[in-house]
Design a protein around this ligand. Structure first.
Ligand code: FES
Ligand code: MG
Length: 591
């Protein structure tokens, strides 16, 4: 299995270059100044970076600061030399205007770090939503041996005997506040109960989704994703991960060997089975692009739509992260899919050198209600669908969270099954939504469709998680808790709304959403996967001319240099929100 020798390690070009002893001395001397020895740096040992995403600014990943010691111990035990390196912080809940803006910035900076320094392999410390894709994108571009290591979810949240899940409780608390059932202090207390320990969101939001998918892609050791952050197994997995990356360097097992087209198809199937976040297509499409693979939202529908929902976690179900771990985590989900013939590619390789099938074939759910069998799923056909039409070329809908109420009101019309029409009420950004949603002048009733625009990668740099909108308070009091929502922004993975989102192209890029006016009618057909404005082509063309004459859909000024650069280069959500120019660079460590 050994393909590499001490003589052909990448780091040797810096630390032990026989053709250039002078440069070797110049590179080397500064790394000795804090106590490293020549024996460590010149003894033929792999230099392993620990890409550290934890910091005081990043609470979800902060526990990695402690866990890194176990990773270091593992690296040293296997004969490597660990170097911990900082990653640009990405904190989902703390970064303005949105953490998503910084995914590509962290990606770029990690590419430069891994490319420009003496690093033979890297441990990617993942956790909070955008940290996982940013680091996997960088590993894809640089293509040195890489292994992901999750920080793990928080412990379950509890309030008065009931589980309170990250983010999901916020949607619930907002409804209670709007209906006058709790006050501001009650809101704070309820929300804080959902975050009882270190770790990332304990619901199947974007963080749990992306960590599970990093394992489904084969980039984490089996079972790594679901271990809660404070559990002893979390540190033990850190030690195993540190040991394994050293062997991966000797085996020259690289991201392109693991993240193949087959691996992405497995991840899409697993995403359906776990009830994963609608942010996943954006991030996986981006990682694939940086590997030179084409992955589109059509692939998500083709591979994922028919796969059943097996994992009973909020927001699609009832339980939380600790329950998922005790039920067997990702290996049990993969094992259940395999038992039903629903894993597309059991032969796909993984970081431990075994195939996904070898790792998971014998694994089964250990708690029947938390991870179901494919014969007894929470929901059949639970994957995403990809809608198209005059409103947009591509928009994602998460069918696993369509509630019974929603299904009855909109999808069970015997004359027009799986289709509905409505009068649209349009909001140009979340600020206007919050200021006006309860205004009776909008005359919103149960037949309306709420539209959010100006919130895509260009309009709200990075894309805002705002498409899922609550109905006005007067409808909530009548028991109408959800209206259909459409938008060019995203929604939090912790939301249980069946919104139609990530619409590409966005309004700010000339997408059909920009042409809508209050009172227009829109038709959604979930059998034909279409979303159309019910206006003549002539009327749409006339509106497009008028909009162009007025200078196009307004885009607010950038507030920082990076926002400006990001906006000048970004591709739509359907293409992973990657940067033009960046995705032509592949295999940069060797190319
Ligand atoms: Fe960081 Fe959810 S906000 S993991
Ligand atoms: Mg989020």
């Amino acid at each position: 299995m050994r393909k590499m020798t001490p003589e052909n390690l990448r780091s040797r070009l810096w630390f032990n270059n026989p053709d250039d002893p002078e440069m070797t001395a110049l590179y080397l001397e500064r790394y000795l100044n804090y106590g490293l020895t020549r024996e460590e740096l010149q003894g033929g040992k792999p230099i392993i970076a620990i890409a550290q995403t934890g910091s005081d600014l990043s609470p979800c990943n902060r526990h990695h600061v402690t866990l890194a010691q176990r990773v270091r111990d593992g690296i040293i035990a296997a004969g490597g030399v660990p170097l911990e390196i900082p990653v640009h912080p990405i904190q989902e809940t703390g970064k303005r205007p949105t953490a998503s803006l910084d995914r590509n910035l962290a990606y770029l900076s990690l590419v430069e770090t891994l490319y420009g320094y003496p690093i033979d392999g890297v441990v990617l410390t993942i956790g909070c939503d955008k940290t996982t894709p940013a680091l996997l994108m960088a590993a894809a571009t640089v293509n040195i041996p890489a292994i992901a290591y999750s920080v793990g979810p928080m412990l379950n949240g509890w309030f008065r005997g009931e589980r309170t899940g990250s983010g999901t409780i916020v949607w619930k608390a907002r409804e209670l506040l709007a209906a006058g059932e709790i006050d501001d202090d009650g809101f704070m207390e309820l929300v804080a109960s959902s975050a009882p320990s270190v770790g990332y969101c304990n619901t199947m939001g974007t963080a749990s989704t992306m960590n599970a998918l990093a394992e489904a892609l084969g980039m984490q050791l089996p079972g790594s994703a679901a271990i809660p952050a404070p559990y002893r197994e979390r540190g033990q997995m850190g030690h195993a991960t540190g040991k394994r990356i050293v062997d991966m360097v000797w085996e020259d097992l690289k991201p392109t060997d693991i993240m193949t087209r087959a691996a992405f198809e497995n991840a899409i199937a697993v995403n359906s089975a776990i009830g994963g976040s609608t942010n996943a297509p954006i991030h996986l499409n981006a990682i694939a692009r940086h590997l030179g693979l084409e992955l589109t939202n059509d692939d998500w529908q083709a591979v994922g739509h028919k796969v059943p929902l097996l994992v009973n976690l909020q927001p699609a179900g009832s339980y939380l992260g600790e329950d998922f771990h005790h039920a067997g985590g990702v290996p049990a989900v993969v094992g259940e899919l395999m038992a039903a013939g629903l894993l597309p590619h059991p032969e796909a390789g993984t970081v431990n050198g075994h195939t996904m099938g070898e790792n998971c074939a014998l694994r089964r759910s250990e708690t029947a209600d938390v991870i179901r069998t494919a014969a007894d799923p929470l929901r059949a056909e639970a994957g995403f669908i990809n809608l198209k039409g005059s409103l947009f070329d591509s928009a994602i809908m998460k069918t696993s969270v369509i509630s019974k109420e929603f299904r009855q009101r909109y999808l069970e019309n015997p004359d027009d099954p799986m289709a509905f029409e409505g009068r649209v009420v349009v909001f140009d950004g979340p600020e206007i939504f919050h200021a006006t949603i309860d205004d009776p002048a909008l005359a919103i009733d149960a037949t309306c469709i709420l539209v959010m625009r100006g919130t895509g990668p260009l309009g709200y740099p990075g894309g805002a998680e705002v498409v899922n909108m609550r109905p006005p308070a007067y409808l909530l009091k009548q028991g109408i808790t959800a209206l259909p929502c459409i938008g060019d922004g995203r929604q939090s993975g912790t939301s249980g709304s069946p919104s139609i989102l990530n619409a590409s192209p966005e309004a700010a890029a000339g997408g059909g959403l920009a042409l809508l006016r209050n009172g227009d009618r829109v038709r959604i057909d979930l059998r034909k996967f279409t979303a159309d404005i019910l206006l003549s082509d002539e009327e749409l063309a006339e509106r497009a001319r008028a909009l162009a004459a007025a200078g196009g859909y307004p885009v607010p000024a950038s507030q920082t240099p990076w926002q400006e650069i990001f906006r000048s280069l970004v591709r739509p959500f359907s293409e992973g929100m990657t940067l033009r120019g960046a995705d032509k660079y592949q295999d940069v460590a060797h190319g």
